[in-house]
Design a binder for this molecule. Structure first.
Ligand code: F6R
Length: 250
């Protein structure tokens, strides 16, 4: 696991974008796993800039998103479909038929989840999976206590996650109670992981993820087992770490 500590969250985003761009340049038809939330927003802006100014070509990539709220229509402004199109996809030259985002309105959710897993496999798996982390140590919507071998499925969102995400809704009661999420096992099969975190409210989760024991209480801790996991964090998110890590100036 490579831990890169950057001066601030903007530097974290630039480094993240550089790593995604490198992956796409090396393999133009890369399968990229995307995350939503506040953390990758600035990185997505930089990827859009790279597309517009430098011609970074997304036309052959295939995308799979980590998760989606159950019950929100893709046109709902808080759906992750809407988020991805507004904040990235509509600004780049991705082929819409290559975009995959869990369908929160699926009639048969478990059938949909099996289809999603098969679809990922049909492309040979995910080359690079972008991850954020919840303050409670979740990755995607794999809440504390999630099985570390879990696959794409429906999950009940914990109160902490609903509270954290209520900032995007009018009130907490509007935050859906369920989500479809890739499993921890699904995420671990990606060939590379890129986990981003910034801010003091992520410091405990990062401490557990990088230096704590591996446990279902903090699903993100499993990334310690991944052979090609890169953790890019800012100084605030790194503030609880005790180990020696690569200097942000390197
Ligand atoms: C979103 C996702 C979540 C977020 C996490 C952090 O697709 O998978 O696990 O990455 O909740 O959210 P932010 O970035 O808003 O702090």
């Amino acid at each position: 696991m490579l831990v890169l500590i950057k001066e601030n969250s903007h530097q974290m985003s630039l480094e993240g974008a550089l790593q995604v761009a490198t992956q796409i340049k090396l393999k133009p038809d890369s399968v990229i796993g995307f995350a939503t939330g506040s953390t990758p927003l600035d990185m997505y802006k930089e990827l859009i800039r790279m597309h517009k100014d430098e011609g970074l070509d997304f036309s052959k990539i295939v995308s799979f998103n980590l998760d989606e709220y159950v019950g929100l229509h893709p046109t709902h402004p808080e759906s992750y479909h809407y988020f991805m199109w507004e904040n990235l996809f509509k600004h780049i030259n991705i082929n819409p038929t290559n975009v995959h985002i869990p369908m929160g309105m699926a009639d048969n959710i478990s059938e949909f989840c099996n289809w999603y897993e098969q679809k990922i496999n049909s492309y040979g798996g995910i080359d690079l999976q972008i991850l954020g982390i919840g303050a409670n140590g979740h990755i995607a919507f794999n809440e504390p206590g999630s099985s570390l071998g879990s696959r794409t499925r429906i999950k009940t969102l914990g109160q902490k996650t609903r509270l954290d995400n209520s900032r995007f809704f009018n009130e907490i009661d509007e935050v859906p109670q369920y989500a479809i999420t890739m499993g921890v096992g699904t995420i671990m099969e990606a060939k590379k992981l890129l986990l981003l975190a910034s801010g003091l409210n992520k410091a405990d989760a990062i401490k557990a993820t990088v230096e704590g024991p591996i446990m279902a209480k903090y699903p993100a801790t499993i990334v310690q087992y991944h052979r090609y996991a890169t953790i890019i964090i800012d100084k605030e998110a790194a503030s609880q770490l005790e180990g020696e890590y690569i200097d942000s100036s390197l």
